[in-house]
Design a protein around this ligand. Structure first.
Ligand SMILES: [Zn+2]
Length: 169
Protein backbone atom coordinates (compact mmCIF):
# COMPACT_ATOMS: atom_id res chain seq x y z
CA UNK A 1 0.00 0.00 0.00
CA UNK A 2 1.15 3.50 -0.72
CA UNK A 3 -0.23 6.74 0.64
CA UNK A 4 -0.39 9.84 -1.53
CA UNK A 5 -1.13 13.39 -0.52
CA UNK A 6 -3.50 14.65 -3.20
CA UNK A 7 -4.83 18.02 -4.21
CA UNK A 8 -7.99 18.66 -6.23
CA UNK A 9 -8.50 21.31 -8.92
CA UNK A 10 -9.92 23.65 -6.28
CA UNK A 11 -6.91 23.28 -4.05
CA UNK A 12 -8.35 20.98 -1.36
CA UNK A 13 -5.75 18.61 -0.03
CA UNK A 14 -6.47 15.11 1.20
CA UNK A 15 -4.77 11.73 1.48
CA UNK A 16 -5.60 8.42 -0.07
CA UNK A 17 -4.18 4.89 -0.04
CA UNK A 18 -3.44 2.91 -3.19
CA UNK A 19 -2.15 -0.65 -3.71
CA UNK A 20 0.69 0.81 -5.79
CA UNK A 21 1.54 3.76 -8.00
CA UNK A 22 0.11 2.30 -11.21
CA UNK A 23 -3.19 1.67 -9.43
CA UNK A 24 -3.13 5.35 -8.53
CA UNK A 25 -2.60 6.33 -12.19
CA UNK A 26 -5.43 4.09 -13.35
CA UNK A 27 -7.89 5.24 -10.73
CA UNK A 28 -7.19 8.91 -11.39
CA UNK A 29 -7.51 8.43 -15.17
CA UNK A 30 -10.88 6.75 -14.71
CA UNK A 31 -11.98 9.55 -12.35
CA UNK A 32 -12.43 7.08 -9.50
CA UNK A 33 -10.51 9.28 -7.07
CA UNK A 34 -12.60 12.22 -5.91
CA UNK A 35 -12.02 15.08 -3.52
CA UNK A 36 -13.90 14.47 -0.24
CA UNK A 37 -14.53 18.22 0.09
CA UNK A 38 -16.01 19.07 -3.33
CA UNK A 39 -16.28 15.76 -5.19
CA UNK A 40 -13.98 16.89 -8.01
CA UNK A 41 -12.26 14.04 -9.87
CA UNK A 42 -9.53 16.40 -11.08
CA UNK A 43 -6.91 15.40 -8.56
CA UNK A 44 -3.16 15.15 -8.61
CA UNK A 45 -0.37 14.41 -6.18
CA UNK A 46 0.51 17.23 -3.83
CA UNK A 47 3.96 17.97 -2.54
CA UNK A 48 4.15 16.75 1.05
CA UNK A 49 6.42 18.47 3.49
CA UNK A 50 8.79 16.09 5.24
CA UNK A 51 7.32 15.15 8.60
CA UNK A 52 9.81 14.87 11.39
CA UNK A 53 7.41 12.82 13.49
CA UNK A 54 7.31 9.96 10.99
CA UNK A 55 10.92 8.86 10.61
CA UNK A 56 9.99 5.22 10.52
CA UNK A 57 8.06 5.73 7.30
CA UNK A 58 10.08 5.17 4.17
CA UNK A 59 8.56 7.55 1.72
CA UNK A 60 10.74 7.91 -1.31
CA UNK A 61 11.01 11.27 -3.05
CA UNK A 62 9.83 9.73 -6.33
CA UNK A 63 6.28 10.74 -5.46
CA UNK A 64 7.37 14.34 -5.93
CA UNK A 65 5.28 15.87 -8.72
CA UNK A 66 7.29 17.68 -11.35
CA UNK A 67 5.60 20.96 -12.14
CA UNK A 68 8.08 21.97 -14.84
CA UNK A 69 5.45 21.47 -17.53
CA UNK A 70 3.83 24.60 -18.79
CA UNK A 71 2.11 26.57 -17.52
CA UNK A 72 4.51 26.88 -14.65
CA UNK A 73 3.67 27.20 -10.98
CA UNK A 74 2.27 30.26 -9.40
CA UNK A 75 3.72 31.16 -6.06
CA UNK A 76 0.86 31.93 -3.71
CA UNK A 77 2.14 33.31 -0.43
CA UNK A 78 2.61 30.50 2.06
CA UNK A 79 0.11 30.87 4.90
CA UNK A 80 2.78 30.43 7.53
CA UNK A 81 2.03 31.60 11.03
CA UNK A 82 4.29 34.47 12.02
CA UNK A 83 7.18 33.09 14.10
CA UNK A 84 7.74 34.39 17.59
CA UNK A 85 10.20 37.30 17.67
CA UNK A 86 13.84 36.19 17.50
CA UNK A 87 12.82 32.58 16.93
CA UNK A 88 13.34 30.91 13.59
CA UNK A 89 11.81 27.57 12.58
CA UNK A 90 14.49 24.91 12.91
CA UNK A 91 14.62 21.19 12.27
CA UNK A 92 17.04 18.29 12.49
CA UNK A 93 16.74 16.40 9.24
CA UNK A 94 17.46 12.76 8.56
CA UNK A 95 19.47 11.94 5.39
CA UNK A 96 16.21 11.08 3.61
CA UNK A 97 14.77 14.46 4.36
CA UNK A 98 17.96 16.20 3.41
CA UNK A 99 17.79 14.41 0.06
CA UNK A 100 14.14 15.31 -0.34
CA UNK A 101 14.93 18.93 0.38
CA UNK A 102 17.80 18.87 -2.09
CA UNK A 103 15.42 17.64 -4.79
CA UNK A 104 12.96 20.40 -3.95
CA UNK A 105 15.75 22.90 -4.39
CA UNK A 106 16.77 21.26 -7.67
CA UNK A 107 13.20 21.48 -8.89
CA UNK A 108 13.01 25.15 -8.02
CA UNK A 109 16.40 25.91 -9.54
CA UNK A 110 15.52 24.05 -12.73
CA UNK A 111 12.23 25.84 -13.02
CA UNK A 112 13.68 29.24 -12.30
CA UNK A 113 16.44 28.67 -14.88
CA UNK A 114 14.20 27.30 -17.61
CA UNK A 115 11.00 29.21 -17.14
CA UNK A 116 10.24 32.82 -17.99
CA UNK A 117 9.64 35.06 -15.03
CA UNK A 118 6.46 37.03 -15.69
CA UNK A 119 5.92 38.50 -12.22
CA UNK A 120 2.45 39.81 -11.46
CA UNK A 121 1.38 39.14 -15.07
CA UNK A 122 1.33 35.42 -14.27
CA UNK A 123 -2.49 35.01 -14.24
CA UNK A 124 -2.78 36.88 -17.56
CA UNK A 125 0.02 34.88 -19.20
CA UNK A 126 -1.31 31.56 -17.86
CA UNK A 127 -4.76 32.34 -19.31
CA UNK A 128 -3.32 33.29 -22.71
CA UNK A 129 -1.56 29.93 -22.91
CA UNK A 130 -4.56 28.02 -21.59
CA UNK A 131 -6.89 29.55 -24.19
CA UNK A 132 -4.37 29.15 -27.00
CA UNK A 133 -3.63 32.85 -27.44
CA UNK A 134 0.04 32.29 -26.73
CA UNK A 135 2.46 29.40 -27.23
CA UNK A 136 2.79 27.07 -24.27
CA UNK A 137 5.97 27.49 -22.32
CA UNK A 138 7.06 27.32 -18.72
CA UNK A 139 6.50 30.50 -16.79
CA UNK A 140 6.52 31.48 -13.18
CA UNK A 141 5.52 34.55 -11.28
CA UNK A 142 3.22 35.72 -8.58
CA UNK A 143 -0.50 35.34 -8.09
CA UNK A 144 -2.69 36.36 -5.18
CA UNK A 145 -4.74 33.66 -3.42
CA UNK A 146 -7.83 35.06 -5.18
CA UNK A 147 -6.14 34.93 -8.61
CA UNK A 148 -4.89 31.41 -7.89
CA UNK A 149 -8.42 30.33 -6.98
CA UNK A 150 -9.81 31.81 -10.20
CA UNK A 151 -7.18 30.05 -12.30
CA UNK A 152 -8.03 26.73 -10.61
CA UNK A 153 -11.72 27.33 -11.23
CA UNK A 154 -11.07 27.93 -14.91
CA UNK A 155 -9.33 24.56 -15.01
CA UNK A 156 -5.91 26.06 -15.59
CA UNK A 157 -3.28 23.74 -14.18
CA UNK A 158 -0.90 25.64 -11.95
CA UNK A 159 1.26 24.53 -9.05
CA UNK A 160 2.64 26.29 -6.02
CA UNK A 161 6.41 26.60 -5.97
CA UNK A 162 7.68 24.64 -2.98
CA UNK A 163 9.12 27.09 -0.46
CA UNK A 164 12.47 26.33 1.13
CA UNK A 165 12.93 27.03 4.85
CA UNK A 166 16.04 29.14 4.39
CA UNK A 167 14.28 31.43 1.92
CA UNK A 168 11.59 32.46 4.37
CA UNK A 169 13.19 35.65 5.58
ZN1 LIG B 1 -11.92 19.71 -3.74
Amino acid sequence: MIRYALVCAKGHTFESWFPNSSAYDKQVKRALVTCPACGSAKVEKAIMAPQLSSRTRHDTPETLPVPATSPAPAAPPAPAAPPAPNNAPVAMMSPQETEFRRKLKELRDHLVKNADYVGAKFPEEARKMHYGEADRRSIYGEASPQETKELYEEGIEIHPLPPLPDERN
